[in-house]
Design a protein around this ligand. Structure first.
Ligand SMILES: [Zn+2]
Length: 327
């Protein structure tokens, strides 16, 4: 997603919601009777652990945000969007997840995307807490697999201007480095804010010689294949990770709004830099993957963002994984 649009959209929608008097009263009541408070903490860190072959994989929530869908989705009438949301008992703005994923591969610890860091105002930025709750430290991460350079994916690379993952090498599509880090592209449609945020977050790793870009589909680490899927951004990529015959694919932003874009895979979002390429890429990948049973991890589907794709006529259905809570 493009951060400023996202925050702007969410902020506008928030401004339209009157302050919750009932919630304020409830809060006052609790404060009046502190002895009745339990030791409950604010919403727990989002951590969901599962296995892929020998790998221990953990979905990590960076948070959620209320995303204004009607200004975002391109190519569908607002009534249709409302109807699709209503089918799911949802409405605009849609609470939207920011998911990252940690892959414990023994000597290596891989992180797919890094959340928004400090750059999304009141939203996002929970990845460090989720990582800690999962039992890991940022300095243990050896490799970061960026699906693309947008702030809700690369924003967590830096905290307070410093590398948040001091021992990590960043893997990312060369075309995203070329586009987002080059000021010359301001004349070719790159928004200044996205450039500045890319410099602030990817820049420290570039300076330290810790960025390994790829331009073509290739095995960038043992069992880890980078698959360029340009459209949403020029260097957008999937990552396929395999262990003992099992695979998982990390899909980044090929899909943003599940309730709308699975039934209408031709609908794009305003965050797609190349609308036509993003649409074509989604149609191609969905057609390839549907009914394959491929375990897939998506950045913005409801946490943990894990599931498989079914074909449904011209449309698609997302089948989330069953919840599992045992070793
Ligand atoms: Zn995104």
């Amino acid at each position: 997603m493009k951060p400023h649009m996202l925050v702007l959209a969410a902020g506008l929608l928030f401004a339209a919601i009157p302050a919750g008097h009932a919630a304020e009263k409830a809060a006052a009541k609790v404060a009046d009777h502190p002895a009745t408070q339990s030791a409950a903490q604010p919403s727990a860190a989002g951590v969901y652990r599962f296995a892929v072959g020998d790998l221990r994989v953990t979905a990590l929530s960076d948070g959620t945000l209320p995303l204004g869908i009607k200004p975002l989705v391109q190519g569908l009438p607002p009534e249709r969007i409302d109807a699709l949301l209503a089918e799911r008992f949802e409405r605009d703005p849609l609470e939207t997840s920011i998911n990252a994923f940690l892959i414990d591969a023994g000597p290596r610890l891989l992180l797919v995307d890094t959340g928004a860091g400090q750059l999304f105002g009141p939203y996002g930025g929970k990845l460090p807490a989720s990582l800690a709750a999962a039992g890991y430290r940022p300095d243990q991460v050896t490799d970061i697999l960026l699906t693309h350079i947008h702030t809700d994916h690369s924003g967590g690379l830096a905290l307070d201007g410093r590398m948040a993952f001091p021992n990590a090498t960043v893997h990312v599509g060369q075309a995203d480095i070329d586009f987002f880090l080059d000021r010359a592209n301001l004349a070719r449609g790159l928004e200044p804010r996205l450039h500045d945020e890319a410099v602030a977050t990817v820049g420290p790793y570039l300076k330290a010689g810790k960025v390994k870009p790829f331009a073509e589909q290739s095995e960038i680490l043992p069992g880890v294949t980078a698959i360029p899927t340009p459209g949403h951004t020029p260097g957008h990529a999937f990552y396929r990770v395999a262990s003992r015959g099992e695979t998982i694919e990390f899909w980044g932003d090929i899909i943003h709004v599940g309730p709308v874009q699975f039934p209408h895979p031709d609908a794009t979002v305003a965050f797609d830099i190349d609308q036509d390429a993003a649409r074509a890429q989604r149609l191609k990948r969905f057609a390839q993957e549907a009914d394959s049973g491929q375990l897939t991890a998506a950045a913005h589907l409801g946490f943990p963002g894990l599931g498989r794709l079914r074909r449904d006529g011209e449309a698609y259905r997302w089948v989330p994984v069953e919840y599992r809570n045992r070793e």
